[in-house]
Design a binder for this molecule. Structure first.
Ligand code: PDD
Length: 278
């Protein structure tokens, strides 16, 4: 596999990042995941825009222009022959002697790689639905910045796995924030309900597109927090992300949502979203 590191395309075995990189020492970096279908990037402009925002919030500068970034994405997809999969991009503050304060480092570090994932669009999970558990949201308070500090979401994912579930919905002050790596939704009272944007959740690129699709389909959308109790009593539940698109949730903490099968709203949104994006 060919990867990209700081201006160079290299075989993955030859790619190097310093042990003094602040991404490694402090999780001082941000990332994006863009999916690839039919060899084409899905919603690249959305991801590029959110990257700029994450960087700005952390007083970092992008080492490349959006145009260069797009070229690098396309080149990696091409050389690695990715038909279905994703491109991972990470920008860290760079290399400096270990110090909590930043400012001494040179250029940011930029790394991109691809992962091939055949069956991303025609995912059997989308027909079965996912099981989730609930777990306290113990992440930091700026979840709107897409940082690489993903230890708590990893712990939550492991807790889900140990419980025989696929993912975890995180709960704070009685309300669902989001999944470990996706935004959370329910369908109740004929409306799609998903948490409003703020610092408590990541502003999903798929979320923005799916809500646009929902409104185009004359579905009613309510952007507000919802509780686990509301979710358990809902007609449907689902999540969205660049890697799952729209994915039904059929079980929460062992109890069925609706009839315990993927519902029509999630199915329709998935279908129309994929149609429009590819
Ligand atoms: N995760 N919420 C969180 C906490 C996420 O990590 C993600 C994305 C999302 C969905 O955002 P988007 O629709 O832009 O992918 C919501 C990526 C896919 C990941 O970490 O692999």
């Amino acid at each position: 596999r060919t990867v990209y590191v700081n201006g160079e395309y290299l075989p993955e075995e030859e790619a190097r990042v310093s042990v003094f990189d602040r991404g490694f020492l402090f999780a001082d970096g941000v990332y994006e995941v863009t999916s690839v279908l039919d060899g084409r990037l899905i919603d690249f402009p959305g991801h590029a825009e959110r990257l700029s925002r994450s960087l700005r919030e952390l007083e970092m500068e992008s080492p490349v222009t959006d145009e260069q970034l797009l070229d690098i994405h396309r080149e990696l997809v091409r050389v690695n022959g990715i038909e279905e999969g994703m491109v991972y991009l990470q920008v860290t503050r760079g290399v400096a002697d270990r110090d909590f304060a930043w400012g001494a480092e040179g250029e940011p570090t930029i790394v991109l790689f691809t992962q091939s994932k055949p069956g991303l669009a025609d995912n059997p999970k989308a027909r079965e639905g996912m099981k989730v558990i609930s777990i306290a949201d113990r992440r930091w308070g700026r979840r709107d910045i897409k940082t690489v500090q993903l230890l708590y979401p990893s712990m939550a994912k492991m807790a889900a796995r140990k419980a025989g579930a696929d993912d975890a919905w995180m709960v704070e002050d009685g309300f669902v924030t989001e999944g470990t790596s996706n935004n959370a939704y329910i369908v109740t009272g004929g409306r799609i309900v998903t948490r409003h944007l703020g610092e408590e959740i990541l502003h999903g690129i798929t979320r923005a597109a799916v809500l646009r699709v929902a409104r185009d389909l004359q579905m009613e959308v309510e952007e507000r927090p919802f509780t686990l109790e509301e979710a358990r009593a809902a007609d449907e539940a689902f999540v969205t992300s660049a890697s799952t698109f729209v994915m039904p949730v059929v079980e929460i903490d062992g109890a069925s949502v609706g009839e315990g099968r993927p519902g029509p709203v999630a199915a329709r949104l998935r279908e129309v979203y994929l149609d429009e994006m590819r």
